[in-house]
Design a protein around this ligand. Structure first.
Ligand SMILES: [Zn+2]
Ligand SMILES: [Zn+2]
Length: 173
């Protein structure tokens, strides 16, 4: 009877772990409804699926060469894409958020969690929000001008004073 109780206990503990894991997943959705995104709630995307994916930025040329032996020119132009932890590839288009990926190596080096609209019949996405994962903690990524106190999604000179902006990676609580 004792061992049956222990079995039962382990079974229940297993479910508690599973449920708390699920609860932690459901804690993620605020990312999906990023109010800062100009695309949030956009009417023309209302029939599209919004996905949340975790992984890294890769060059699709190099990834196809490495994984499938595709012949690529050594002097190719990088085509940035996203590879999830599970190994699925996505192609993202340039928008005001993803521009940072093209312009800033630091963003490309990070492990990222993207929420994005997935276009039908494709693995093409439109990024809605981009967070980094550093030491297991979710971080906000943005650029900041200390002089004007202006926050921006893209690197480069400040839109106001034209001074250099600071790259900020701030833990989310
Ligand atoms: Zn490349
Ligand atoms: Zn400024």
């Amino acid at each position: 009877m004792q061992s049956l109780n222990n079995k039962m206990k382990r079974y229940i503990q297993g479910w508690i772990i599973a449920f708390s894991y699920l609860a932690s997943l459901t804690a993620l959705p605020p990312l999906l409804a990023d109010p800062e995104s100009p695309l949030a709630g956009m009417e023309r995307y209302k029939n599209l699926t919004k996905i949340q994916i975790k992984g890294n930025i890769i060059c699709l040329h190099e990834a196809m060469n490495k994984e499938f032996g595709m012949n690529i020119p050594t002097d190719h132009d990088h085509v940035y894409g996203f590879k999830t932890e599970e190994g699925t590839f996505y192609l993202f288009l340039k928008n005001n958020l993803s521009a940072a990926v093209f312009d800033d190596e630091r963003v490309r080096d990070r492990e990222l969690i993207l929420s994005a609209w997935l276009f039908p019949k494709s693995n093409i996405i439109d990024i809605v929000s981009m967070k980094s994962v550093k030491d297991g903690v979710l971080h906000d990524l943005y650029y900041y001008c200390v002089i004007c106190a202006i926050r921006s999604a893209v690197p480069g000179p400040c839109m106001c004073c034209q001074d250099d902006v600071e790259f900020v990676e701030k833990p989310l609580d």
